[in-house]
Design a protein around this ligand. Structure first.
Ligand SMILES: NC(=O)c1ccc[n+]([C@@H]2O[C@H](COP(=O)([O-])OP(=O)(O)OC[C@H]3O[C@@H](n4cnc5c(N)ncnc54)[C@H](OP(=O)(O)O)[C@@H]3O)[C@@H](O)[C@H]2O)c1
Length: 367
């Protein structure tokens, strides 16, 4: 399972203030991004205290996001998940009472039975051990078929997953103001984090979103692969349409971490996505040796219009790995890209979780 965590912080690192109401840290543009990320996940999770204090609905708001999920074969709403030891959750809170998606309560083994029984009327309640670990939560959700989890706080939940080394991607949005109250909640509590001064997280992207600065970190190779492949899949939707060729997006990352993107037909009518990314690296005079090619679809193994296939180009540039979302369907040609790359000693991985989205970019091609 891929686990993504997301938090909005004040400039002095708080996630709320000490007033009874919820502190709005996010800019509307940041909310839009968070909703989109939420929509891309099978389940969204908050700690029980966030359910009690903030009463979030955790819904998608924008109907187009729900439609998109349905066209990807997903349920309209992500499953909502929380964790508790006290069992003190109001079954009428918006967590339970809003949205058509399933609700799941993970409860510590010693949580009071009568409270869990009551919650069992509005949610699936699963008792686990004491103390509850992040690994256990992931295990329970995986048995329910959940492949991607979006963590939205608060501090104890974040601390549990981060100290348990069970977060793959971390998105931190910093608001341009201070809270300045020492009793306010911070992003995480004290703990033994696997990423300390001797082990730094990988920065994937830094951006301004509205008036907030947003940083995406990777905490695992799985996180990096998922993030870059998701970028590649998003690029597939930018391609000029063609009825005789697929819409594909690609992201080439050099061994030193430089990023070059491309999509089919970006600069010429018969250019492939991987080729576009490679051309940009060549133009910049940057070596792709030892780098990784992320592509929404298996790189091609034969070209009618050009001497070298994308698999041959990747091999010629001595790239180390190729990660793609979906094998090329046997429609225009019989693609052997993955086999050709492996025969050349290149490591090939397929992240099928993004396959439906990669194919949605090609919905115009009748297979
Ligand atoms: N800015 C943001 O991005 C953001 C996002 C979300 C929340 N927040 C803020 O964060 C604050 C809440 O954070 P918080 O740290 O107090 O609470 P929290 O992480 O939301 O929830 C903590 C509660 O979750 C349950 N829990 C957590 N780990 C558990 C474990 N291992 N086993 C069993 N139960 C476990 C316990 O529930 P029981 O007490 O029921 O046993 C615990 O008290 C709020 O002020 C909220 O506004 C901010």
């Amino acid at each position: 399972m891929i686990v993504q965590a997301s938090a909005a912080l004040s400039a002095d690192g708080y996630t709320d203030d000490t007033s009874p109401g919820r502190l709005v840290l996010s800019h509307p543009a940041d909310w839009q991004e968070v909703y989109r990320l939420r929509a891309g996940c099978d389940a969204v999770m908050v700690g029980a205290e966030t359910v009690r204090r903030d009463d979030p609905s955790l819904l998608l708001k924008d109907p187009s996001l729900r439609h998109r999920r349905v066209s990807l074969g997903m349920s309209p709403d992500p499953v909502k998940v929380t964790v508790t030891r006290s069992g003190d959750l109001d079954s009428e809170s918006r967590f339970f009472s809003t949205g058509a998606g399933d609700k799941v309560v993970i409860a510590a083994g010693d949580a009071p039975g009568e409270k869990l029984e009551r919650l069992g009327r509005v949610a699936t309640v699963v008792r686990v051990g004491v103390p509850v670990t992040a690994e256990e939560i992931v295990g329970v959700l995986e048995t329910m078929g959940i492949r991607s989890l979006f963590l939205e706080g608060g501090s104890r939940l974040m601390t549990l997953f981060l100290t348990g080394n069970r977060v793959d991607l971390l998105r931190i949005a910093v608001a341009p103001f201070f809270v300045g109250e020492s009793g306010a909640p911070r992003f995480v509590r004290a703990g033994a984090f696997p990423f300390g001064k001797d082990r730094r997280m990988e920065v994937l992207q830094v951006r301004q979103v509205g008036d907030m600065s947003v940083t995406d970190y990777s905490l695992s190779r799985r996180g990096t692969d998922y993030f870059r492949l998701r970028q590649a899949v998003a690029l597939a939707f930018d391609c000029p349409r063609s009825d005789s060729a697929y819409s594909v997006g690609a992201v080439a990352v050099t061994a030193a971490g430089q990023v070059f993107t491309g999509y089919s037909r970006e600069t010429a009518a018969d250019n492939h996505a991987e080729e576009e990314a490679i051309l940009k690296a060549e133009k910049a005079g940057v070596s792709l040796k030892g780098g990784v090619m992320y592509s929404s679809m298996e790189p091609c193994s034969t070209r009618k219009s050009k001497p070298l296939s994308c698999s041959a180009l990747i091999t010629a540039h001595k790239m180390a790995r190729v990660v793609f979302a979906v094998h090329e369907p046997d429609h225009f040609v019989q693609c052997r890209g993955a086999a050709v790359l492996e025969e050349a000693g290149i490591e090939v991985s397929v992240i099928g979780d993004l396959a439906a989205e990669a194919m949605l970019a090609n919905a115009h091609i009748r297979l």
